[in-house]
Design a binder for this molecule. Sequence first.
Ligand code: 48H
Length: 260
Amino acid sequence: MLDEITISRAIIESYKEKLLAALDVDVAIVGAGPAGLVCGRYLAREGRKVALFERKLSVGGGMWGGGIMFNEIVVQEEARSILRECGVKVRLYERGYYLADSIEAVAALCLEAVRAGVRIFNLISAEDVMIRKNRVAGLVLNWTAVEIANLHVDPITMRASYVVDATGHAAEVVRIAERKSGIKLDTKSGKCMGEGSMWAEVAEEAIMEHSRQVCPGLYTCGMAANAVFGGPRMGPIFGGMLLSGRKVAADITKKLSAKK
Ligand code: 48H
């Protein structure tokens, strides 16, 4: 015998616990694209408490569609090990260029992040940041459905030792922090520089330099890093996204360890 009310109660109680546990974490990541998923995975593997908030119903960001909806991705030599660690089949195309099925890659990155202990919340958007003593100290969250319907519904707030903007091209969290708090960013102009035109080689190098803290408490990784620091775009090569997520996870892990 199945009781619908028991099913409903199970979901509500369990989600409530999950959400309560995410109100105070070591790291809050915004955006479950490849960079955010990889960043979360490496942090959680180090024993850090990580919550990842994703606006959409599905995780994976722009990876599902490969290039022009041909669902294959290309990665370079340096990034191949991250996909392999996650169990993704990686094929050599020609020297220096490797291929993976984008569906397999997204599924594997997500599963690995969850298995490492990342709590992923889909359908939730970060609409603001919490600032304390000139430092980004948490996120202001609302249901994406509220955002889409433009409903006048107040959000909730969560606290994190560090916040990571992994929102892709839009670099939403950094832009919000800049606009609303007037915090000076650690970029050449002190502001969000905006992304440059396509140049894969330069973009993939630049992203490593740009994957870092942009103001106290706030890091950026993935496409957002180049958008914030003024690097070019790179098209459907995804090695930089994976390496960028791993780099930011390593930097934050070091910071958190030094705090103890
Ligand atoms: C909650 C949010 C919010 C918000 C956005 O776009 P993504 O896949 O980002 P990356 O950096 O992991 O990967 C970038 C890659 O997909 C790409 O676009 C490339 C390589 N482009 C190159 C080129 O030349 O075009 O994922 C970001 C995720 C998405 O799922 C958004 O829904 C989510 O962030 N998001 N989630 N609150 N405010 N803003």
